[in-house]
Design a protein around this ligand. Structure first.
Ligand code: V47
Length: 441
């Protein structure tokens, strides 16, 4: 254990008395305020903050920690934007610019099927030169290959930023009715095989940060519009926060508060009016032989059996805190967040986002060793086998960042949890080598 820190108000070294009421409130299912969030950020007792997040995480997921077998795929790094934090984007004629054609998409899908992946995670730049038809065709190509192989490969694709871009290139975007264009795009993509939306592109919901680091990108209102429409169409989505550059801690908390309210809205549409209580996904750890996890919300500490929400998608599943990685970006002169700040931010995300079922420590950006610590500080998921990750390149230029299922399982076990393979919708996967099915299917 680290050396305890001493706070002026405290009598026992390493213990911050301001944390006790916050702990009590969080464990009772109470909603933390922004000021309480600031206390968590400012407390010298970072381990105390992590312990509270761990207690809440154990109440939700006991000793289960999730991973998946997936492949990330970037169809193009050509982007109309030039976000200062991004080292991924290229302009059309830049060295290293690429755009995959359908043959290449099909190859990726075959590789995913052959390696037994349950998910393809697909994102790219805002490619100004591809026609709208490329996108549904990409999804149909992947779906065809998966169907021939007889596997229900899930396609999680396109950040909210890309969805708005697609509405524009499909000429469906109207400033006067933004949601209409977004709805048209998402309906078409869903029809072509889209299963859910990843959480990227959210950055930090703050206009100052937006204008300084990613001007030209959609603002928070449009990002939220896309997720709202996706939820209305029954698609589950994720959310991210990209922190540790020019953002301030309070701005991160505001971002979390905005997401929390958006999730309240999603849950209300699914029939949980006025209930800020936590999700508890039941049965994944304990029950075999169910088609999908029946999800139970707790209201005033009383569990309410609910319809199977995996069949009724339309909410945020996971928050993924993304630490800023400066190398190769226009903000390379900044340091990026420290390890302790990463642990603390993840723990605070677990505590503030009381209505998000999952918190992911994305091992590619956090490293697998840090992801292990994070499992003990609020995270219940570490993402998957990945294989190729081109957005950030932690540890060097190589974009091949594959890990094995055994490595993921070992990392989870070493951290003291039971590794559970999930699909994208957090259903337990039954696997026999490369062959798999969702529990109960
Ligand atoms: O949208 C870009 C961020 C995101 C940098 O939904 C950077 O399951 C840190 O969204 N340093 C892409 N972050 C990653 C992402 C994601 C990852 C894993 C799982 C899921 C999910 C989503 O990465 C981008 C942007 O916000 N990003 N540059 C950087 N230098």
């Amino acid at each position: 254990m680290p050396t305890p820190t001493t706070h002026p108000d405290q009598t026992i070294p390493g213990v911050d008395p301001r944390l006790a009421p916050i702990r009590e409130k969080a464990l009772a299912g109470g909603r933390l305020s922004l000021d309480e969030g600031m206390t968590l950020y400012e407390s010298p007792d970072v381990w105390g903050v992590c312990e509270i997040a761990d207690a809440v995480r154990r109440r939700l997921h006991a000793d289960v920690a999730y991973y998946n077998v997936n492949r990330h795929f970037n169809y193009s790094n050509v982007c109309a934007l030039s976000c200062k934090f991004c080292e991924f984007y290229r302009k059309k004629n830049d060295e290293g610019a690429y755009t995959h054609d359908m043959e290449s998409v099909a190859n990726e899908a075959r590789k995913a099927v052959e390696c037994g992946a349950t998910e393809m995670h697909i994102v790219g730049g805002l490619q100004p030169y591809l026609p709208w038809s490329y996108y549904p065709e990409m999804l149909r190509t992947i779906r065809r290959i998966a169907e021939v192989a007889g596997v229900p490969l899930h396609i999680k694709a396109f950040t909210a930023v890309e969805v708005v871009h697609l509405a524009k290139i499909a000429k469906k975007y109207k400033k006067s009715d933004r949601q209409a264009g977004i709805r048209w795009v998402l309906q078409e993509l869903k029809e072509a095989g889209l299963g859910s939306l990843p959480g990227g592109g959210a950055e930090v919901f703050d206009d100052r940060v937006h204008d300084e680091t990613h001007k030209g990108k959609i603002r928070s209102d449009e990002w939220l519009d896309v997720h709202l429409v996706a939820h209305e169409l029954g698609l589950n989505t994720n959310a991210t926060i990209l922190y540790g550059h020019i953002d301030q801690r309070r701005e991160r908390l505001v971002h979390m508060e905005i997401l929390r309210r958006a999730q309240d809205g999603a849950l209300a549409r699914l029939g949980y009016e006025g209930d800020p209580g936590a999700f508890v996904e039941k049965g994944l750890a304990a029950t075999e032989g169910i088609a999908a996890p029946p999800i139970t919300l707790t209201r005033d500490g009383v569990e309410q059996p609910t319809p199977n929400m995996a069949d009724r998608g339309g909410y945020f599943q996971t928050i993924i805190p993304l630490p800023f990685f400066p190398d190769g970006s226009e903000l390379e002169h900044l340091y990026g967040p420290s390890g302790l700040e990463n642990l603390r931010t993840l723990a605070i995300a677990r505590l503030m986002l009381d209505n998000f079922p999952h918190v992911k420590a994305f091992w590619i950006m956090q490293t697998l060793s840090m992801a292990q610590h994070m499992l003990q500080c609020g995270a219940d998921d570490i993402d998957g086998t990945v294989v190729w990750y081109d957005i950030t390149k932690v540890g060097g230029a190589s974009t091949h960042q594959e890990t094995t299922v055994l490595d993921l399982q070992r990392a989870i076990r070493e951290a003291g949890f039971e590794p559970v393979e999930r699909d994208t919708l957090y259903r337990r996967v039954k696997r026999d080598g490369k062959r798999w099915r969702v529990s109960g299917d």
